[in-house]
Design a protein. Structure first.
Ligand code: CAA
Length: 407
């Protein structure tokens, strides 16, 4: 039986910290949100105030009294502090969401380790650093893990629960139970770069920026292509802006430093200097194509004759990467799919989508691109995919792919 978490201290009141504190308060927890000064805390309180009204409106509709009670109850459970050490005195769980700097996080956790009760679970919401490296600063590695939320926290349903080898079963279960009490769908993940979602998301958004860099398509068309072609709620360029270009850059720079030979993790000059230059196409051709597309009832996007055009260029490497995650045992197929559905708002997860697209089709695309673009790691065929196709598992259409289908 895992111990129930009632008192939660959230360190950091930025976009993620404020979101985590808000949802914890909304779901009945006693919360202390901490930041270094009053100004930061006040800004977060304002953001929470706005967001909680949107949540209440959605939850209660015309029931004004219900909404008012929900808002005032949540706010009454949410305290603030500028003293992290004092704020962990009665915490069952501490969630850290401060700046992505390993030394700063280690220093903070080392101090909190001395001040928090022995039963307190420590968790980091880091999106780019190793949980093991952060936990090293404490004497409670069995009560340490990763709790990785998604922006906007009040809306995105996913919580990645990251275990390090030392995380006890009881701690893991407490973190999962707490995630469920927060109304989130939890997926289990090993302590690997990017966990599930970012490992798939960041190379995808970076490749979208590279499409821009190469002048293959415009930002608007890349976004439209992925929204209408793949059913994503946001295109990769607007999502990069939404996540924060600094965050993407920080993650990719860190991975590039650790894995300099991995093509997918190469930094993009455009991230440093976001100047978009789209090559001119003749106005006449554009007008003809636009008219035809509109007549067909479609939204038209323009792109150069490059591998996979827009949607497949971004999509296929993403699907292949998700199969590699499965191959490496980073997470189960169910959790990879849940991670992308609930963390990114996708209609289907990448593994079920691979089955839907057809595993034989993916093999064909990968083999053709490997031939045309030798040495490009992200196009390489994962052996697990090849094996499935060799065994006659083509996905949905053959009744079995990574999953089994009854009809
Ligand atoms: N607080 C509370 N509610 C919010 C909100 C917020 N901050 N933002 C949006 N909402 C609610 C709105 O109230 C609205 O509710 P209704 O359906 O009742 O109207 C609903 O969410 C939809 O909002 P909007 O109508 O304003 O806009 P939208 O339909 O375009 O949805 C979105 C906005 C939910 C952000 C959607 O575009 C989406 O799902 N985008 C993908 C976001 C994503 O992929 N996030 C993960 C990023 S990766 C990450 O965070 C990890 C990392 O480490 C980098």
């Amino acid at each position: 039986m895992s111990a129930a978490i009632k008192n939660v201290t959230v360190i950091g009141s930025g976009l993620m910290g404020a979101g985590i504190a808000q949802v914890a308060a909304q779901t009945g927890h006693i919360v202390t949100m901490v930041d270094i000064d009053e100004m930061a805390v006040n800004k977060a309180e304002k953001r929470i105030g706005d967001s909680i009204k949107r949540v209440a409106k959605k939850k209660f509709g015309d029931d004004g009294d219900g909404a008012a009670e929900f808002i005032s109850g949540s706010i009454s459970r949410l305290g603030t502090s500028t003293d992290a050490v004092a704020a962990v005195g009665s915490a069952d769980l501490v969630v850290e969401a401060i700046v992505e700097n390993l030394n700063v996080k280690k220093k903070l956790f080392a101090e909190l380790d001395k001040a928090a009760p022995s039963h307190t679970i420590f968790a980091s919401n880091t999106s780019s650093l190793s949980i093991t490296a952060i936990a090293d600063a404490t004497t409670r590695k069995d009560r340490f893990g990763g709790l990785h939320f998604f922006n906007p926290v009040p809306v995105m349903k996913l919580l990645e629960v990251v275990r390090i080898p030392e995380t006890s079963q009881e701690t893991y279960e407490s973190m999962c139970d707490w995630g469920k009490a927060m109304g989130k769908v939890t997926v289990e993940c090993k302590d690997t770069p990017g966990f599930i979602v970012n490992r798939l998301l960041i190379p995808y958004t970076l490749e979208a920026i590279r499409l821009l860099e190469r002048g293959d398509a415009s930002a608007r068309d890349i976004d439209t292509a992925m929204k209408l072609g793949a059913g994503y709620p946001m295109g990769p360029i607007e999502l990069s802006d939404y996540v924060g270009l600094d965050t993407s850059k920080f993650i990719i720079d860190g991975w590039h430093k650790s894995f300099p030979d991995v093509e997918l993790f190469k930094p993009s000059p455009m991230l440093e200097k976001l100047v978009v230059k789209i090559a001119e196409t003749t106005e006449e051709t554009l007008a003809t194509m636009n008219d035809w597309g509109k007549a067909m009832g479609k939204k038209v996007v323009l792109c150069k004759d490059s591998p996979g055009f827009i949607t497949n260029r971004l999509f296929v490497p993403y699907l292949l990467s998700s199969i590699r995650l499965l191959e490496r045992g980073i997470a189960t197929k169910e959790d990879i799919d849940k991670a992308c559905k609930y963390g990114l708002g996708h209609v289907m997860g990448p593994i079920e989508l691979s089955d839907f697209v057809g595993l034989d089709t993916l093999v064909n695309v990968s083999e053709a691109w490997m031939k045309d673009y030798p040495g490009v790691q992200e196009f390489e065929l994962p052996p697990l995919l090849k094996k499935a196709v060799d065994e006659g598992k083509f996905g949905r259409k053959s009744g079995e792919g990574f999953y089994k289908y009854s009809e």
